[in-house]
Write a protein that binds this ligand. Structure first.
Ligand SMILES: C[S@@+](CC[C@H](N)C(=O)[O-])C[C@H]1O[C@@H](n2cnc3c(N)ncnc32)[C@H](O)[C@@H]1O
Length: 227
């Protein structure tokens, strides 16, 4: 099965348990990471925001809580979008089933794009970034929040133990899907070795790239501008 369909099947399958698992496995710190990313971006209340790989919508909802009201969520998985649309904090906002690599909007439609924990799942990251560049206005910004392998060797060991041993076990029991939570550490390890987000953003045309590290370097926030 190709990556696009494998990823779609995994997220369609775990959609109902995704939020619980996400907040439980990260001890709720994921809410802070999204808030901090928006703060680092300096997103304005007048932003026209596209939240790509929005899933059940926590990044879009965090932006809404900061006063942004023009928001569209886009995701490959229809089941994740269904959960998003049922959330009280969102109440049937705009969502569209779409892949990042082919965003169905006109050029220069948005001032901001956000992606949390989505990029490593894209089947073609460079194509995704090119499509972000196309739909952003001039001076528009993309904000990417993603896991990374920490550089400190002690923290790296703890992190690898948690991701490779603890998380798949808990994930399997709660999600009842063995593949979903072995896929996560696989994708984080592979991603960090092979993918350089700032480099790909530069190749897609972005400038002024900032790279921030949060929580002992286990997540990164990359912000880039279309100039
Ligand atoms: C780990 S979830 C993150 C959801 C949400 N952004 C959050 O912060 O909780 C990853 C999401 O990326 C979506 N996804 C994966 N590949 C995609 C692609 N190529 N285009 C659009 N969405 C994609 C999945 O369907 C899933 O909902």
């Amino acid at each position: 099965m190709d990556k696009k369909n494998r990823v779609k099947r995994i997220f369609d399958g775990i959609s109902r348990r995704y939020d619980f698992l996400n907040h439980f496995l990260s001890a709720g710190i994921d809410f802070y990471w999204r808030r901090k990313s928006l703060k680092l971006t300096g997103i304005s209340k007048n932003a026209k925001l596209l939240d790509v790989a929005c899933g059940t919508g926590d990044f879009a909802i965090a932006a809404k809580k900061r006063g942004v009201d023009q928001i569209i969520g886009a995701d490959l998985s229809i089941n994740m979008l269904k959960i998003f649309n049922k959330k009280r904090d969102w109440s049937n906002g705009n969502v569209v089933q779409s892949v990042a690599e082919e965003i169905p909007f006109k050029d220069s439609s948005f001032t901001n794009i956000t992606v949390a924990f989505g990029v490593r799942n894209f089947f073609d990251i460079l194509e995704g970034f090119k499509s972000f560049f196309r739909v952003l206005e001039l001076r528009g910004k993309v904000t990417i929040l993603e896991f990374r392998l920490p550089s400190n060797s002690m923290i790296r060991k703890l992190y690898s133990f948690y991701f490779n041993t603890v998380l798949p076990k808990i994930g399997k029991v709660i999600s009842k899907d063995k593949e979903a939570y072995t896929y996560l550490p696989e994708s984080v390890n592979e991603f960090d070795e092979k993918i350089n987000i700032p480099e790909l953003l530069t190749r897609a045309g972005f400038s002024n790239i900032e790279n921030h590290s949060l929580t002992f370097g286990i997540v990164q926030v990359v912000i880039a501008e279309k100039l």
